[in-house]
Design a protein around this ligand. Structure first.
Ligand code: ATP
Ligand code: MG
Ligand code: MG
Length: 379
């Protein structure tokens, strides 16, 4: 037992707290918003902004262990938390994964391939790099991007100046990446504990719509060799970076079987929500086990599964169907679906409101069920 402090009060913190309470931990969260998803289920919420030093001190004072549910934690706050409490994940992992260039260098140092990239510091240099990589290629801000924000797919040399000017406004370094014509996008979540134990969850096949995760399909529809290879790469990254807790590894798989890492997240990941019903241990419990130096749980997959995200625009159509017979179980398809909601009040468009884990005898059945529901078609 003990108290775990969570920086950030969103759905990742909420599911972390729900899982951690089941194995005897108390939770305190720090988040600026009233009635945050994690705050609703934690023992206590400190409502303050993330750079509020006094609030960070209060969190440190009541927590035996501190973790975070997003990667843009202020370095100054991390310092305080490390001095005044225990942050097993350390500050180096955050420092690395907060910045695409540092992250790519760390992945390469682990001996794992990334797409060819270049640091960009001027429009002239961008033009030169675009000529070298060929179009399309992707310009990204080094920090702060999510859901495809802070990115520009450059399709011709004519776009160079506008792309540079637009992304430069973010006042951060820029990175140009070669466009990978991937066959599939995958992710693997690995956990590592202070005693050096490392375990990976099965690779997920991810489908994005408008740069937001829509589906995670597990087992991924790839060969067993590539599955193993992806899981091996994630574990190698976890070891090489000295990860404590979870590391989510996003990958591109090309037609000829080449894997490239796209980016990392040092925390539970949306593409790992499928583990909640489908694996013997969920990613959230695994994170708690890892940061608390408990033996890691089994990552065995118990059933094929498709996780489908519920965004704001999906919630009303879902609630209209939820009482109808057959929503949660479809005996004909052999499907059973479990709905998770995050307790967010306002169903804004694109906002992540919940997810559904659809378990079936194979992923095609689960996908057929999702398609039949028809509530995801508006996009
Ligand atoms: P997230 O919400 O996952 O944090 P993000 O804003 O950090 O997203 P990325 O994951 O880097 O952005 O990119 C978003 C999506 O854009 C990827 O999932 C992929 O579909 C596409 N993409 C990014 N980089 C490349 C690339 N080099 N080649 C091809 N597609 C890419
Ligand atoms: Mg990202
Ligand atoms: Mg991503």
């Amino acid at each position: 037992g003990g108290t775990i402090g969570v920086l950030g009060g969103g759905q990742l913190g909420r599911m972390l707290a729900l899982a951690g309470r089941n194995i005897g931990y108390r939770f305190v969260t720090l988040d600026p918003t009233e009635d945050a998803p994690c705050g609703q289920v934690a023992d206590e919420q400190i409502q303050a902004s993330y750079d509020d030093v006094d609030a960070a001190r209060r969190l440190a004072a009541v927590s035996d262990v501190i973790t975070y549910e997003f990667e843009n934690v202020d370095a100054h706050v991390t310092d305080i938390l490390m001095k005044e409490s225990y942050v097993p994940q350390g500050s180096k992992l955050l420092y690395t994964t907060q910045h695409r260039l540092r992250e790519k260098k760390a992945i390469e140092a682990a001996g794992v391939p990334v797409a060819p990239y270049a640091e960009i510091t001027s429009a002239e240099q961008l033009r030169e790099a675009v000529e070298r990589f060929g179009t399309p290629c992707v310009l990204k801000t080094a920090t702060g991007g999510y859901d495809g924000k802070g990115q520009w797919v450059i399709r011709s040399l004519d776009e160079v100046n506008e792309a540079y000017e637009t992304l430069s406004r973010a006042k951060t370094e820029l990175v140009l990446e070669q466009f990978i014509h991937f066959d599939k996008e995958l992710s693997v979540i690995a956990a590592r504990s202070p005693r050096g134990e490392v375990k990976a969850f099965p690779a997920a096949e991810n489908i994005h719509v408008h740069n937001i995760l829509h589906l995670s399909i597990v087992p991924a529809r790839i060969s067993a060799e590539i599955q193993k290879e992806a899981e091996k790469l994630a574990m190698r990254i976890a070891d090489s970076l000295g990860v404590i807790g979870l590391i989510a590894v996003e990958l591109f798989l090309t037609k000829d079987g080449q894997l490239y890492v796209n980016e990392l997240a040092p925390r539970p990941h949306n593409s790992g929500h499928y583990t909640m019903e489908a694996c013997r241990t969920s990613q959230f419990e695994q994170h708690v086990r890892a940061i608390c130096n408990l033996p890691l749980g089994s990552t065995e997959l118990m059933s094929p599964v498709v996780m489908v995200n519920l965004l704001g625009e999906h919630v009303d159509p879902l609630l209209e169907q939820i009482d109808q017979p057959g929503f949660l179980e479809d005996e004909e398809l052999g499907v059973s679906a479990k709905v998770h909601l995050y307790g967010k009040k306002e169903a804004k468009e694109k906002r992540k409101m919940g997810h559904i884990n659809v378990l079936a005898s194979d992923v095609e059945q689960a996908l057929a069920w999702i398609e039949r529901k028809g509530i995801w078609e508006s996009k």
